[in-house]
Structures are given as structure tokens and as C-alpha cells.
Ligand binder design. Structure first.
Ligand code: NAP
Length: 295
């Protein structure tokens, strides 16, 4: 039987609908949650993501500020922008869209963001809090979105063997921390694979929940999936497709057609994890504004 589709688009809409009354409550207290997105340079994919985030903010009744800086911006100039936003009382959440140009040390910039405004969850203080299960930290939006998809689709994580393919700081590592946490959406037994993992198919075939975030188009084939497993595909890859207007299409890190013949549930690309990332960024920003209003 083909797998059930876990529709990130629908779950993301549900989360955004839940946020609207929270935003209204804050507004009634004179606080409009504000998200600033800083974009350095003209990377086309980043421009699309930044536009999407700004639009999503406005649709949820939040304030959105996009700061576009030229490719030639120096590290000091970017740090000065972060400092300004750290001190701006209208801004409760801030992200610097990655990647930044290579002459800028991304880590230095991320660590300059006030941890209370670090809604991407990349500041060391938030990384540490997520690692030890302290829920006053901000979890990065993509793995937090995956956890919500599992929870809201009724996928039991407790006692499940979750295999994560990819160990990036943005997806794989925080994903492992979230699934390891005690309680709802956690309590999994977690294995993390990467480019040096031997016999990776043997590991992925042992997964009850398989989460793939490597950036390799259709890397996970049907025979790498255990029958009945839940498959979450984080990857977004452009592959040539002359039959489309743009000449390319987006595919995940999983061979969707083959895997959906084996899995019990699977996320599509697009329309899977992507919309969840945006929804969780808004969620973190509302949280930041609520904490700010409570001080
Ligand atoms: P990344 O920083 O490039 O990390 C990729 C990870 O995959 C690394 O840990 C790497 O291992 C591992 N890897 C690469 N090739 C592998 C292979 N052949 N076998 C096993 N592991 C391999 O990527 P990322 O930022 O985590 O992003 C991963 C994918 O998710 C990309 O397609 C990205 O576009 C997508 N993404 C989507 C969203 C969304 O909202 N939908 C958000 C973030 C990312 P090593 O550490 O050993 O090099």
C-alpha cells in the first residue's frame, strides 16, 4: 500500500492559524511581534526564502523588516546591523540568512545576535539549551518543524529508532537533540549518519523513523527504507527538467516514488518540511515577543 503523505503545507497552515490569536493578544498589550531578516548579497535561493519569510510574517499579523545589504558589505558593517537590531525594541526575532559571503565569518555574526532574539537558534546559548533539553532556548526552525510534523501526524517517537542522515548544525545535530529529549516528541533512540558512515543502507534500514538532510538528490533509494518506516525528507535539490518552464524541478534527498511504496508515511518535496521551517520561525518569533512582553 502506498505511504500516507505527511503534508507539511497543511500542518504549517495549522500552526500559523494557531499563532494568529497569540499575535492579536500581544497586539492588544501594545506589542506587535517583529522579525528582522538580514540578507547579504543576491543569492537567488536566499532571496526567495527571505521573501517567503517576510510575507508569512505579514500574513500572521506580525511586523517584518528585511535588511538587504550588498555583497561587498564588510563583517564590521554586518555586525553593526546586528547590533542595531539587537537594540531595536520593535524587533523580537532576528535572523541572518545563510550563507553569507565568504569574507564574513558566519559564526562570529551568529554569536553577536542577542540570544533572546536568536529565533534561528544558532547562537551557542540556544544550541546548548537545546542540547540539554532546556526549553527556554530556541530550537532551529527546520528540526523543530520536523518534530511538529511527527507529533501532529501521530507518529510515536518514544522508543522508536530514529535514524538521521546528515550532521549539520542547522538540521542533523539539533534534530538528534530534539528526538533525544525526554517527553512528548522525544524519547527516541537516535542514530546519526554522515558521509563517513559505513554501510549506510544497513543503518537506514534499521530506522522506524528516517530523517534525511544531506543535499544529495534522491540519495535514499527504496531498498534503503525499512517496510513501514516513516520517512521525513528535508533535502531540497534542483535537478534539470526541460519539461518545466523554469528548466528544473525540486526534488528531495529521498527517491519519493520508490520510498513511498515501502514506507508507511512520507513527506513530499516540495510541500513537506519547507513550509514547516517558515511556520516554526514565526512560532519562535511569537515566543520571543511573549517573553519580551513578560519582562
Ligand atoms: P550541509 O550543511 O551541507 O550538511 C550535509 C550533511 O550531509 C553533512 O553532515 C554531510 O556529512 C552529510 N552527507 C553529505 N553527503 C552524504 C552522503 N553521501 N552520505 C551520508 N551523509 C552525507 O546541509 P544542510 O544545511 O543540513 O542541508 C541538507 C539538505 O536539507 C539540503 O538539501 C538543504 O537544502 C536542505 N534544507 C532544507 C530546509 C527546509 O526548510 N526544507 C532547511 C535546511 C536545509 P559530513 O558532515 O560528513 O560532511
Amino acid at each position: 500500500m502506498p505511504a500516507k503523505i505527511i503534508c507539511g503545507k497543511e500542518i504549517a497552515q495549522e500552526i500559523r492559524a494557531e499563532l494568529r490569536p497569540e499575535v492579536e493578544k500581544l497586539k492588544a498589550r501594545g506589542v506587535t511581534p517583529g522579525l528582522a531578516v538580514v540578507l547579504v548579497g543576491g543569492d537567488p535561493a536566499s532571496q526567495v526564502y527571505v521573501r517567503m519569510k517576510g510575507r508569512a510574517c505579514e500574513e500572521t499579523g506580525m511586523l517584518s523588516e528585511t535588511v538587504r545589504l550588498p555583497e561587498t558589505t564588510s563583517e564590521d558593517e554586518l555586525l553593526a546591523t546586528v547590533d542595531r537590531l539587537n537594540g531595536d525594541p520593535k524587533i523580537h526575532g532576528m535572523i541572518v540568512q545563510l550563507p553569507v559571503p565568504s569574507h564574513i565569518d558566519a559564526n562570529k555574526v551568529l554569536r553577536r545576535i542577542d540570544p533572546r532574539k536568536d529565533v534561528d537558534g544558532f547562537h551557542l546559548e540556544n544550541v546548548g539549551k537545546v542540547a540539554i533539553g532546556d526549553d527556554s532556548g530556541f530550537a532551529p526552525a527546520t528540526p523543530a518543524g520536523v518534530q511538529q510534523m511527527l507529533l501532529r501526524s501521530g507518529v510515536e517517537t518514544s522508543g522508536a529508532h530514529a535514524v538521521i542522515v546528515g550532521r549539520s548544525n542547522i538540521v542533523g545535530r539539533p534534530m538528534a537533540s530534539l528526538l533525544l529529549q525526554k517527553g512528548n516528541g522525544g524519547d527516541a533512540t537516535v542514530t546519526v549518519c554522515h558521509s563517513r558512515t559505513k554501510n549506510i543502507g544497513d543503518v537506514t534500514r534499521s530506522a522506524d523513523i528516517l530523517i534525511v538532510a544531506i543535499g544529495r538528490a534522491q540519495f535514499v533509494t527504496g531498498d534503503m527504507v525499512r517496510p513501514g518506516a516513516v520517512v521525513i525528507d528535508v533535502g531540497v535539490n534542483r535537478v534539470d527538467d526541460p519539461s518545466t518552464d523554469k528548466g528544473y524541478k525540486l526534488v528531495g534527498d529521498v527517491d519519493f516514488d520508490a520510498a513511498s511504496e515501502v514506507a508507511s508515511a512520507i513527506t513530499p518535496v516540495p510541500g513537506g518540511v519547507g513550509p514547516m521551517t517558515v511556520a516554526m520561525l514565526l512560532y519562535n518569533t511569537v515566543q520571543a515577543a511573549q517573553r519580551w512582553a513578560a519582562t
